[in-house]
Design a protein around this ligand. Structure first.
Ligand SMILES: NC(=O)c1ccc[n+]([C@@H]2O[C@H](COP(=O)([O-])OP(=O)(O)OC[C@H]3O[C@@H](n4cnc5c(N)ncnc54)[C@H](OP(=O)(O)O)[C@@H]3O)[C@@H](O)[C@H]2O)c1
Length: 227
């Protein structure tokens, strides 16, 4: 395969689908990951991309995905950890432990397992860009009492960015977190301030960084954010 290969999770709708579409137009071969077979197949077919059915909460599915990429392509150039859930809580004290665990599994453990499985392949081939789609709500200055599970999961995702970015060379392989801003998707809702196109611009920037671009940072629209 001459094209660069990208994996985008949560690609059946929202920013994951839009980022996949953009990468296809930039001539990437995009593997769109979604947990519902019919939806992800339809989305991938509509964009001339490849579909892979996986629930990022499921360890076995992640293992299948990493094995599939190693065996079929023996290479991966871009990983966008985009799949995520957001749960609104009435207040911190009544928030549910089960929500905290589920959100952590999807928003944090999924990216952790994918980075563990796929970054070694990037290192072997001397190129890789990992984009962890985080949120200002996961920053120490921007958290919210109405979504403790989400804030904890994204703060932990940012720490994974720091850890994995410190374990790679930072030139050939880079790992960064981005916040897309408040975006009009199912998650962001209709009152969000930004369009999907605006939301994904920082994702695509981080996915296509040149060799002298940053590693181990947290960005919105390519500009550094406070952790
Ligand atoms: N929208 C915002 O304002 C905003 C702000 C800051 C950060 N973000 C982050 O941006 C990313 C994309 O958000 P979005 O606004 O595009 O959200 P969205 O429209 O709600 O889409 C979320 C995507 O994640 C997928 N997903 C959720 N759980 C999954 C699982 N267990 N396995 C596989 N896929 C799963 C969903 O698939 P299903 O259809 O199967 O549920 C869907 O494709 C998220 O990480 C979010 O936290 C969003």
């Amino acid at each position: 395969m001459d094209k660069k290969i990208a994996v985008v999770t949560g690609a059946n709708r929202g920013m994951g689908k839009a980022a996949s579409e953009k990468l296809v137009t930039l001539n990437y071969h995009v593997i769109m990951v979604g947990r519902h077979e019919k939806e992800i197949n339809e989305a991938a077919n509509s964009l001339s991309a490849e579909a892979f059915v996986a629930d990022v909460e499921n360890e076995k599915d992640i293992e299948k995905l990493t094995n599939f990429i190693s065996e079929k392509y023996n290479r991966l150039d871009v990983l966008i950890n985009n799949a995520g859930i957001y749960m609104q809580e009435e207040n911190l004290f009544s928030s549910k432990e089960s929500d905290m665990k589920k959100t952590f599994e999807i928003n944090t453990m999924g990216p952790y397992r994918l980075m563990k499985g796929l970054i070694p392949l990037m290192q072997k081939n001397g190129y890789g860009r990992v984009v962890n789609v985080s949120s200002g709500l996961g920053s120490f200055g921007g958290f919210s009492l109405t979504c403790p599970a989400y804030s904890v999961s994204k703060a932990a995702l940012n720490m994974l960015t720091k850890l994995f970015s410190s374990a790679v060379d930072g030139k050939q392989v880079k790992v960064n977190s981005i916040c897309p801003g408040w975006v009009k998707t199912d998650m962001g809702g209709p009152n969000a301030s930004r369009s999907i196109e605006e939301g994904i611009s920082g994702m695509i920037w981080a996915a296509t960084l040149p060799e002298d671009g940053p590693n181990g940072g947290f960005f919105r629209d390519g500009k550094p954010l406070e952790w």
